[in-house]
Design a protein around this ligand. Structure first.
Ligand code: PRP
Ligand code: MG
Length: 176
């Protein structure tokens, strides 16, 4: 039986504020925010608006898996990054699970020779090999973020989320 953690938008908003407060208290002001596609995009947008940072960059990386299935390593698909040499970077994702994605992205971005790299995820799993510099909660369940729920439902029809019948009907009628 899979145990889920399903944060509401309000909870995520609060979590993002708490992380942003920690960052602000340390007087760390990033020059550039790098979002890890796709789950890191919405959190990165929230941080960029709180900090007033216009420069958002992206890295596409995928760790293919269902529940308890993973490839050996995440695969970097594309790197949409420029002008980060000697800049202070905040890398943002929604969650660090094994920590492999965050570690791989940090290694790739380090090659651009920034002056500083820090990392933030909303949640972290207790077993992660790399903890982000900033996070709000340690969660040991399968997290369903609002922006990821249909991806979860495609994998697991039993996921306890609202509107899934409507999603499945539409999705099944459209998909090739
Ligand atoms: C998920 C999640 C993190 C990563 C965490 O992304 O959004 O990026 O896995 O796992 P890890 O710490 O074990 O590497 P996924 O690869 O599923 O792609 P997505 O963001 O496009 O959903
Ligand atoms: Mg991701």
């Amino acid at each position: 039986m899979v145990e889920y953690y399903i944060p509401t938008w309000d909870e995520i908003e609060e979590d993002v504020f708490q992380i942003a407060e920690k960052i602000a208290n340390e007087k760390f002001v990033p020059d550039v925010i790098i979002a890890i596609l796709t789950g890191g995009v919405i959190p990165a947008k929230l941080f960029s608006d709180i900090f007033g940072i216009k420069t958002l960059r992206y890295i596409e990386i995928k760790f293919y898996r269902g529940v308890n299935k993973t490839d050996a390593k995440p695969v970097v698909k594309a790197v949409y990054v420029n002008d980060v040499e000697n800049k202070k970077i905040l890398i943002v994702d929604d969650v660090a699970d094994s920590g492999e994605t965050l570690e791989a992205v940090t290694n790739v971005i380090a090659m651009f020779n920034p002056s500083l790299i820090r990392t933030a995820t909303i949640y972290v799993k207790p077993w992660s090999r790399k903890y982000p510099d900033y996070y709000s909660k340690i969660i040991d369940k399968w997290i369903i973020f609002p922006w990821d729920k249909w991806d979860v439902v495609r994998e697991n029809k039993d996921a306890p989320v609202k509107n899934k019948e409507r999603f499945l009907e539409l999705h099944n009628s459209i998909k090739k």
